[in-house]
Write a protein that binds this ligand. Structure first.
Ligand code: GTP
Ligand code: MG
Length: 323
């Protein structure tokens, strides 16, 4: 557990630097004061927590300070972390690796999927260009393999030149099973074949990497719908998971994108990537607040083990410099 927390802290080091480090003086053992609250407010805005969350945190700390003028930094930090935990209640997506127990109907927005009796369980990775879909697909497959599950990757980005090769290279490096065709092939046909192959090989999961697409481009959104329809010929409940991969460094811009993807594809989860490279790690709170779609994994670096399950507790503690 401790090791995982350390990973979180390191992965969020830039965000932690923007808050915990900058406010270290506040969060020490000394009593807080008006100027330290100002520093905190500024730090929370810098880290992209947004108006609502920043105000909630400050309101609660100020209320506690009003009651107790000796309130010291550690106590203030604990209040901040508690607010984050409350705001993020329900935000942790948990992937049940035991087959047949995919999320039951009626998720946060009633978009849950009925349990499947078939193998594989399908996870479709979707999102805009460069958000981290291919990398996340490979990292997740590796992670599942480490946990004793069998996985096939489907190289359904047949649009961008070299996309198939990119996923193949990951598969070779991490010794993962993959079904791929060539650039220009019909993405839905690759998905269909990959499902059949994974089923014949008795695989637990099929992870479908798709082409990056702008949510504003209708024909590309249609292709996603086609992938889904074709998978459903094999299993009417597939793809059981429809995850939007979001670049965590672009902050609140991702909210509008996610809305459109959600409307046309019914998202069941989020993966927020590249958090190691940004000090704006607070944005994921705004994303969750707006969309109420559970966050399954975070990308905290480029190595396979840098894909970590989202933990609200670790996140809240890390940003406030608590242990
Ligand atoms: N530092 C860091 N880099 C990441 C993370 N996730 C992805 N990347 C990098 O981001 C770049 C884009 O990642 P891809 O996985 O190719 O993104 P994609 O969504 O498949 O891109 P397209 O297929 O072109 O739409 C690569 O250089 C990745 O190594 C992360 O969590 N941390
Ligand atoms: Mg890709």
């Amino acid at each position: 557990m401790f090791g995982l927390f350390k990973k979180f802290k390191e992965g969020f080091s830039k965000t932690v630097a923007a808050i915990a480090t900058k406010t270290a003086a506040i969060f020490g053992q000394k009593p807080i004061d008006a100027s330290s609250l100002e520093t905190l407010e500024e730090a929370l805005y810098t880290a992209d927590f947004g108006v609502e969350t920043t105000e909630e945190i400050l309101t609660e700390i100020k209320a506690a300070y009003k009651k107790d003028k000796t309130l010291h930094g550690q106590q203030a930090a604990a209040i901040g972390a508690a607010v984050l935990k409350r705001v993020l209640a329900g935000a942790e997506g948990t992937l049940d690796l035991d087959l047949g127990r995919v999320p039951s109907p009626g998720g946060p927005r009633g978009e849950g999927t009925p349990p499947t009796t078939k193998k594989p369980v399908v996870i479709a990775m979707i999102g805009i260009n460069g958000s981290g879909k291919t990398t996340t697909s490979a990292k997740l497959a590796w992670r599942m393999k480490q946990e004793g599950k069998t996985v096939t990757l489907a190289a359904c980005d047949t649009f961008r030149a070299a996309a198939v090769e990119q996923l193949k290279a990951w598969a070779t490096r991490l010794e993962l099973d993959i079904v791929a065709s060539h650039t220009g092939a019909d993405a839905a046909a690759v998905a269909f074949d990959a499902w059949q192959a994974a089923n014949a090989r008795g695989k637990d999961f099929l992870i479908v990497d798709t082409a990056g697409r702008l949510h504003t481009k209708d024909h590309l959104m249609q292709e996603l719908a086609k992938i889904r329809r074709v998978l459903q010929k094999n299993d009417p409940t597939a793809p059981q998971h429809r995850w939007l991969v979001v670049d965590g460094s672009i902050g609140s811009n991702s909210i509008e994108q996610a809305r459109v993807f959600h409307q046309s594809f019914g998202l069941t989860g989020l993966v927020v990537t590249k958090l190691d490279g940004t000090s704006r790690g607070g944005a994921l709170v705004g994303i969750y607040r707006q969309l109420r779609i559970p966050i399954y994994f975070l990308g905290l670096g480029e190595q396979p083990e840098d894909l970590q399950p989202f933990s609200v507790d670790h996140y809240a503690k890390a940003v406030f410099g608590l242990e």
